[in-house]
Design a protein around this ligand. Structure first.
Ligand SMILES: *[C@@H]1O[C@H](CO)[C@@H](O)[C@H](O)[C@H]1NC(C)=O
Ligand SMILES: *[C@@H]1O[C@H](CO)[C@@H](O)[C@H](O)[C@H]1NC(C)=O
Ligand SMILES: *[C@@H]1O[C@H](CO)[C@@H](O)[C@H](O)[C@H]1NC(C)=O
Ligand SMILES: *[C@@H]1O[C@H](CO)[C@@H](O)[C@H](O)[C@H]1NC(C)=O
Ligand SMILES: *[C@@H]1O[C@H](CO)[C@@H](O)[C@H](O)[C@H]1NC(C)=O
Ligand SMILES: *[C@@H]1O[C@H](CO)[C@@H](O)[C@H](O)[C@H]1NC(C)=O
Ligand SMILES: *[C@@H]1O[C@H](CO)[C@@H](O)[C@H](O)[C@H]1NC(C)=O
Ligand SMILES: *[C@@H]1O[C@H](CO)[C@@H](O)[C@H](O)[C@H]1NC(C)=O
Ligand SMILES: *[C@@H]1O[C@H](CO)[C@@H](O)[C@H](O)[C@H]1NC(C)=O
Ligand SMILES: *[C@@H]1O[C@H](CO)[C@@H](O)[C@H](O)[C@H]1NC(C)=O
Length: 534
């Protein structure tokens, strides 16, 4: 080696030393591995540009450094306890440590002596972790009562360098007033549990290498009953007796509440969320409420009160009216309207469909239960109706009243002057209820006729005189009569339509017409002869 060459080598060396002065053979970022994994300690050197002559790997677990492998051109020496456990790369100097255990945790350092004689050191920390296993959450009690109980949840797991995290559903549990986490977070204590605290709780355990979660744990939290609400269906201000009603009670509770029913504050000895009352009666009117009970929390709530009013339907309405015959102007009539069932609230009276109004003769009692008519008149005849109403129905009854009257306004209709042989009909008319019966008399002598009409087939002189018709009402026992004068004249004397003058006129007119016809015939004959062609 000549001087020139040596100088050149020195320049190369110096520049190399400058360049590699700070080089570290290992990336100093700590290495992590799980028990059983292979760990490679890679070097930073570029085998193409950098070659080492001697390399030494040492391990320090804190108790002092120990050799792992030393390699030199003449050979390798592997520490006994690493034999078969390592793979050494002669080109890069990298070391592979197989199936590490926790005792492999510590500092690994390398020292390389390069061909140019300078040294490159390197150091890296390896931490070997035991895997996270058997993550499990346990509660000291799972059946708890809202507000009263405290639950302690414990998370257990195997592994090294563990950290604990709690989740309720998907939300992370943080240390708070009611939720307390132990110092290392492996315990969660919930005091005064609320129904919202049921979870599911999961514990997530991790170390630098992995994370594992427990299976979820759900707390069985008994709560309630909350406010009890009672409703009645159908909802009505007043129920008609005989209705079916159903009452239902509800309250938020876990376990489900049990219900008891109260009537006017006293137990009905009925249970269940629904109380059905069929064919309800007036006596069952009152205040209904329910009590919700939770056998687990030993708490109870009384519901709102619902007033159920039951009213009997009005039935059997009838009018009691006069039984005997009523006579206009003499009788009085009382009508009374009563129902056999139900409570009547309002009453009204109608006559022939229009409201009955009181007057001089018509008195409606103060409670409208009866109507008195005194005396009755013929206009009072008609159909009377009484209507009884309450909050659940209207019932009505009617009564036909007939007032007997008359006879009134008796008249005889018929001819006054007739001719001998004429047919004469005298008709007697009277207004009467019931219809009147008639008797006739002539010149004061009773006739046999008893109908409304008196007929003379062929009038004779002796029929002239005074005819009287007597109308009689069998009920009112009243009679009334009318008189009619009839005069029978000689035949022809009553031919007023053809008087003497009129007859003379007709005769003259006929004669004139005959004369004119005769003249016309004569004239025609003479003229026909004149026109003859002969
Ligand atoms: C570790 O390396 C050895 C040899 O290279 C191989 O046989 C083994 O499967 C590796 N183990 C793991 C866990 O990678
Ligand atoms: C050494 O490492 C280099 C680069 O990673 C690789 O190419 C080579 O095959 C390795 N040699 C052995 C013997 O493992
Ligand atoms: C559960 O643990 C909590 C907190 O330590 C405690 O207050 C509670 O009494 C325990 N419950 C039972 C049933 O042991
Ligand atoms: C929760 O508690 C109720 C009431 O004691 C019980 O009926 C139910 O079986 C419990 N559920 C669970 C999952 O423990
Ligand atoms: C009440 O219920 C009974 C039995 O279910 C039924 O026979 C009856 O018709 C019901 N009454 C009414 C008013 O709905
Ligand atoms: C029902 O409750 C109302 C209001 O609270 C009360 O005025 C009424 O007297 C009660 N009725 C009965 C029958 O208790
Ligand atoms: C809950 O606590 C209250 C008051 O602290 C107590 O009166 C009640 O008996 C408790 N309930 C249960 C079910 O332990
Ligand atoms: C009324 O009837 C009574 C007995 O029926 C009778 O005595 C009286 O005369 C009658 N009065 C009139 C005005 O019809
Ligand atoms: C009708 O009722 C009144 C009073 O209630 C009574 O004075 C009168 O005698 C009654 N008349 C009849 C016909 O019942
Ligand atoms: C009936 O009376 C009238 C006078 O009032 C008299 O002219 C007539 O002759 C009487 N007729 C008989 C048949 O008595």
């Amino acid at each position: 080696m000549d001087l020139r060459n040596l100088r050149f080598l020195s320049v190369l060396l110096l520049s190399a030393i400058e360049c590699w002065a700070d080089q570290q053979a290992l990336v100093p970022d700590p290495l992590k591995a799980l028990v059983g994994q292979n760990v490679t300690f890679a070097t930073t050197i570029d085998p193409k540009a950098q070659q080492f002559i001697v390399i030494t790997w040492t391990f320090n677990d804190g108790t002092g450094p120990s050799n792992v492998i030393t390699a030199a051109p003449k050979g390798e020496s592997v520490e006994e306890k690493y034999q078969g456990r390592i793979v050494f790369n002669k080109t890069t100097g990298a070391l592979l440590l197989k199936e590490v255990t926790t005792s492999d945790s510590g500092d690994y350092s390398v020292s390389m002596v390069m061909v140019d004689g300078h040294q490159i050191p390197g150091e890296v920390k390896l931490t070997v972790y035991e895997p996270v296993t058997g993550v499990e959450v346990k509660a000291n009690v799972t059946d708890v009562v809202e507000f009263n109980d405290t639950v302690s949840l414990t998370c257990s797991a195997g592994g090294s360098a563990l950290t604990y995290k709690w989740l309720s559903g998907s939300a992370t549990v943080t240390d708070g007033d009611r939720m307390k986490l132990s110092d290392d977070n492996h315990m969660l204590t919930i005091s005064g549990v609320l129904r919202s605290d049921k979870g599911p709780f999961t514990c997530s355990v991790s170390n630098a290498m992995m994370e594992k979660s427990s299976s979820p744990l759900t707390l069985n939290i008994s709560y309630g009953p909350d406010t009890a609400v009672m409703t009645v269906t159908p909802q009505k201000a007043v129920y008609s007796s005989g209705s079916n009603i159903s009452m239902s009670c509800s309250s938020l509770s876990s376990p489900t509440a049990e219900f008891e029913w109260l009537f006017n504050g006293a137990p009905l000895k009925k249970t269940g969320a629904e109380l059905k009352v069929e064919d309800i009666q007036e006596a069952q009117s009152g205040n209904y409420s329910c009590i919700a009970q939770n056998t687990k929390t030993m708490r109870f709530k009384t519901s709102n009160t619902a007033l159920v009013s039951v009213l009997e339907r009005i039935s059997g309405t009838a009018i009691t009216g006069p039984t005997g015959q009523l006579i206009a102007g003499n009788s009085s009539a009382n009508m009374s309207c009563q129902a056999t069932g139900g409570t009547v609230i309002t009453r009204s009276w109608l006559k022939d469909g229009t409201p009955l109004s009181p007057g001089d003769r018509v008195t409606i009692s103060k409670d409208k239960s009866s109507v008195a008519i005194s005396p009755v008149e013929k206009t009072d005849t008609g159909e009377y109706q009484c209507k009884l109403t309450n909050a659940v129905n209207t019932d009505s009854a009617s009564y036909k009243m007939t007032v007997n009257y008359g006879p009134e306004g008796v008249t005889i209709i018929g001819g006054e002057a007739v001719e001998m042989g004429d047919l004469v009909k005298l008709k007697c008319a009277a207004s009467s209820l019931p219809p009147a019966t008639f008797t006739w008399s002539f010149n004061g002598t009773q006739l046999e006729e008893t109908s409304a009409e008196y007929v003379i087939e062929k009038a004779i002189y002796r029929n002239s005189g005074k005819y009287a018709c007597v109308a009689k009402n069998a009920i009112t026992e009243k009679t009334s009569s009318a008189v009619h004068i009839l005069s029978v004249k000689e035949e022809g004397t009553l031919d007023e339509s053809l008087s003497g003058g009129a007859i003379a006129g007709i005769v003259i007119a006929v004669l004139v017409v005959v004369a004119i016809i005769a003249a016309a015939v004569y004239y025609k004959r003479t003229h026909t002869k004149l026109e003859s062609p002969y």
